[in-house]
Design a protein around this ligand. Structure first.
Ligand code: AMP
Length: 219
């Protein structure tokens, strides 16, 4: 069976970083980031990538059906027994419903935990506008809070460090608006199902510890 865990939060709340930290402690969980999958699709020049690029460059969401198709194809090609850690999906009520329908119709599992990563709004913009990412291993740096030791070079793998094209101040503000208008309602959606857990994500270790405590020891 599949057990689906969801990291929910505004852009800059630390979904990717927390997923990366969790991957070190729980390598048995499969990390699925729709943002990364869409960026890969853009890089490969696929039709999905071409459609996604326009939306992403403007900080808008990619259509629900497009994202659901990528996720379902990925899961169907993977193991039948797995814990999936979703980062950045679902992002709308419609996506959450499509996901529930997909899981129900396949009879293969359900969403068991949703972690809402909470960070004060004023911290979010600064986090994203200063964010730098390694092109090769995906490690995340910050221009001022956590700069790489050598400029433009990843401390871990010596890969090239870059700023995501949608991580500029103007697009960030738009992405925050999109979060409030289209994603925040998921707090009620999953709250009503009693599977929502609020996690303080201002400090990295605290968020990690909180999630691991809620999930309990490795069986
Ligand atoms: P992220 O890497 O999660 O910050 O996502 C970057 C961008 O990819 C978003 O601003 C959206 O344009 C697109 N994206 C990622 N995940 C989704 C999703 N679940 N639904 C729609 N668009 C998405």
């Amino acid at each position: 069976m599949w057990d689906v865990l969801v990291l929910l939060g505004a852009p800059g709340s630390g979904k990717g970083t927390t997923a990366g930290d969790l991957a070190e402690v729980r390598p048995d969980w499969i990390h699925l980031s729709t943002g990364d999958m869409l960026r890969d699709a853009i890089k490969s020049g696929s039709p999905v990538g071409l459609e996604a690029k326009q939306c992403m460059d403007q900080g808008q969401l990619v259509p629900d059906e497009v994202v659901m198709k990528i996720v379902s194809e990925y899961m169907e090609a993977g193991p039948t027994d797995a814990v999936y850690l979703f980062d950045g999906f679902p992002r709308t009520d419609a996506q959450a419903q499509l996901l529930d329908e997909f899981l129900e119709s396949s009879g293969k599992g359900h969403v068991s935990h949703v972690f809402l990563l909470e960070v004060p709004e004023e911290v979010l913009v600064d986090r994203i506008a200063g964010r730098l990412i390694c092109r090769d291993c995906g490690k995340v740096f910050h221009r001022t809070n956590m700069p790489p030791t050598k400029e433009s070079m990843c401390d871990d793998c010596s890969g090239d460090i870059y700023q995501r094209p949608d991580d500029n101040r103007e697009t960030v503000l738009n992405r925050l608006k999109v979060f409030h208008n289209q994603t925040a309602s998921l707090i009620d959606y999953y709250g009503a199902k009693k599977i929502l857990h609020r996690v303080d994500c201002l400090y990295r270790d605290r968020a990690l510890d909180a999630i691991l405590t809620i999930m309990g020891p490795k069986s």
